[in-house]
Design a protein around this ligand. Structure first.
Ligand code: ADE
Length: 256
């Protein structure tokens, strides 16, 4: 059973790619490199989708059609929306909504026209396994990967794992005003990013189980454009790599 691992930015999968077992090969389709190989004994395809919902949806469809993946995990960073969340926290989606979908008054706001739904649920066992892997990695390994000095600089106090709603849209959210608007319209949303709900829609349409894991790189506020690149450069890959390694190692080894 092949697992698709998708990210929007190279830094989010750099260490995973480096770790793919020798023998992996690359297939170039639709301007993307699909790395086909094994990670910790599991058949995987790792791909950089690039940024935004269209890029994520196109990549997800190719993973399903061309590589026959049976599960998809999206990994990357997000901006924090909910009060009380901090940079360095991990948000695992239980449901995802496209915050920029608005075909009202023809359809209710956020509803995907003709699909009849505004939210897509992550598959429960993938979601829970990722949350468990994230908790363990934060407790056991994070401090060794991200120096205390860097954590202080990035205001990463005591990173925690949250499970809840993620909002996705084709906009880098970078003002307190936008955060207030999103909190008003999607009060349950914990984090905002630019791909997850698009992956979720395609997986829903094809009946493919999926999960989305996001590390908070910024607070989606007026300093987001400063915090985001730094976090991406210095921290993001450690999180993705460490948590997905735990997630894969905890899965029963494939029988073939
Ligand atoms: N990904 C990381 N930070 C983000 C933000 N503030 N807005 C949208 N996507 C993001």
């Amino acid at each position: 059973m092949t697992l698709g691992i998708v990210a929007a930015l190279h830094e989010e999968i750099a260490d995973l790619l480096a770790e793919m077992a020798p023998g992996a090969h690359v297939e170039h389709i639709g301007m993307r490199d699909y790395h086909v190989g094994k990670l910790h004994g599991h058949d995987c395809v790792i791909v950089l989708a690039r940024i935004g919902k269209v890029a994520a949806a196109a990549t997800t469809a190719a993973l399903i059609h061309r590589f026959d993946v049976r599960e998809i995990v999206f990994t990357g960073v997000a901006g924090g929306l909910a009060h009380g969340l901090s940079v360095g926290d991990v948000v695992i989606a239980d449901t995802l909504t496209q915050h920029d979908m608005d075909a009202s008054p023809l359809f209710p706001r956020f509803e995907i026209p003709l699909l009849g739904r505004a939210a897509f649920d992550a598959e429960a066992s993938l979601r829970d396994a990722l949350a468990q892997a994230a908790r363990e990695w934060l407790a056991d390994e994070m401090a060794a990967q991200v120096s205390a000095a860097l954590r202080t600089e990035l205001r990463m106090s005591a990173p925690r794992v949250h499970v809840g709603q993620i909002a996705s849209g084709d906009r880098f959210v970078s003002s307190a005003h936008e955060v207030t608007l999103l909190r008003g319209t999607l009060p349950q949303a914990l984090a905002v990013e630019m791909e997850g709900a698009a992956v979720a829609q395609v997986c829903h349409e094809y009946g493919i189980p999926f999960a989305v894991m996001r590390t908070l790189s910024d607070a989606a506020d007026d300093t987001a454009h400063v915090d985001f690149p730094r976090f991406l450069r210095e921290v993001a890959s450690h999180y993705s790599h460490g948590i997905l390694r735990r997630f894969l190692c905890a899965r029963s080894a494939p029988s073939n």
